[in-house]
Design a binder for this molecule. Structure first.
Ligand SMILES: CSC[C@@H](O)[C@@H](O)C(=O)COP(=O)(O)O
Length: 353
């Protein structure tokens, strides 16, 4: 299995995803600033994996602390603020820092710094372990839902599924969110092939999802992002499933830019379109998608392709990294606790409670 991220003997090791699939570079670091840069530059990416990386980054920051206990609260606040400033949309990052802050709030007064740091190290490892287990649970709930929703088609043939961006091991550390469901459905004999949309501008679908599918021997085709409506029109797609970076209380879902266009096309063509995400991706404090902060990234991500200039350096660019799919275009949300269909307001709240 791909080793997307690990933490051993005080060292963070991650696979630098920027150069995949052409180069497999593993990076080791003990510096929290370098780890923050890895999150910012998308060397480490994918909503759940960003959460895992955030937990370990806090541990790196603690390891390099050499002040007194009295000075520690100010250092810890700055460290958390720096980690939280790395990427704004994936709520898993804030979920991870909240878990670290909780340990701090509960134990700082009575613990020695050593004991406190050990507790936080366990918490960071726990976040990682939870994400792995979440993927397995999502895979089971997702396959159940697909069997139910697509039983008529499944009685006649295997299915073709559309996905977007990368939601596999590289994005989670486990089997994946949407891609975890797809892998499990493939093993269960439900899937004929996967259609993976390239996911411009950073090509997580073309580079990363394709790479993971190849390793699993799952048949697939890559397409340009703009092809999905035409393929649906031709009856070449049975359902869509993607991940999420943040899900609002009403089910509106932020995911990699391009997702909303696939979802609208699926709705028009009466094709079920699902989201798969752990409960840690649900932000119950946000009522709807309008309130989700959407990351805007550097214009050069669009003007260049892998360092090659393809537009003039002065070309004005709009480069949102995510879009928001309104809940009415989403047939179901598969979480680690259960799959939720319809009435998201009520059911997502119950999941959190
Ligand atoms: C693994 S679920 C989230 C994904 O669908 C996706 O939007 C994502 O991984 C985020 O993309 P990123 O590559 O971190 O910018």
């Amino acid at each position: 299995m791909i080793d997307a991220i690990s933490f051993t003997n005080g060292t963070l090791r991650y696979l630098d995803q920027r150069f995949l699939p052409l180069q497999e570079n593993y990076v080791e670091t003990r510096s929290h600033s370098e780890a923050i840069d890895a999150i910012k530059t998308l060397a480490v990416r994918g909503a759940p994996l960003i959460g895992v990386a955030a937990g370990y980054t806090v541990i790196l920051g603690l390891q390099s602390y050499n002040g007194t206990k009295e000075e520690f609260p100010a250092y810890f606040d700055n460290l958390i603020a720096d980690v939280e400033a790395s990427r704004p949309t994936a709520v898993n990052l804030f979920f991870a820092t909240a878990r670290m802050k909780e340990v701090y709030d509960r134990h700082f007064e009575q613990d020695s710094l050593d004991t406190l740091f050990n507790r936080m190290r366990d918490t960071a490892t726990g976040i990682h372990d939870d994400e792995i287990a979440n993927c397995d649970a999502m895979a089971r709930h997702g396959v159940e839902l697909i069997r139910r929703d697509l039983s008529d088609s499944l009685a006649k043939r295997k299915l073709t599924v559309l996905t977007h961006c990368n939601t596999g091991t590289l994005a989670t550390g486990g089997s994946g969110t949407a891609l975890g469901v797809i892998k499990h459905a493939w093993k269960e004999g439900l899937i004929e092939k996967v259609i993976t949309a390239e996911s411009r501008p950073l090509l997580q679908g073309l580079r990363l999802t394709a790479w993971e599918l190849e390793q699993e021997n799952i048949p697939f085709y890559s397409i340009s992002d703009s092809s999905s409506a035409f393929l649906m029109q031709k009856g070449m797609i049975d359902f869509g499933i993607v991940g999420a970076d943040r899900i609002a209380a009403n089910g509106d879902t932020a995911n990699k830019i391009g997702t909303c266009a696939h979802a609208i096309s699926a709705h028009y063509h009466k094709i079920p379109f699902y989201i798969a995400a752990p409960v840690s991706t649900i932000d119950i404090t946000i009522r709807n998608g309008d309130e989700i902060p959407i990351e805007e990234r550097n214009a050069d991500e669009l003007r260049t392709i892998f360092g090659t200039q393809v537009a003039t350096p002065t070309t004005p660019v709009i480069n949102y990294a995510f879009d928001v799919t309104p809940n009415r275009f989403i047939r179901g949300i598969v979480t680690d606790k259960k799959a939720v269909v319809g009435d998201y307001d009520q059911q997502l709240k119950q999941l959190i409670d």
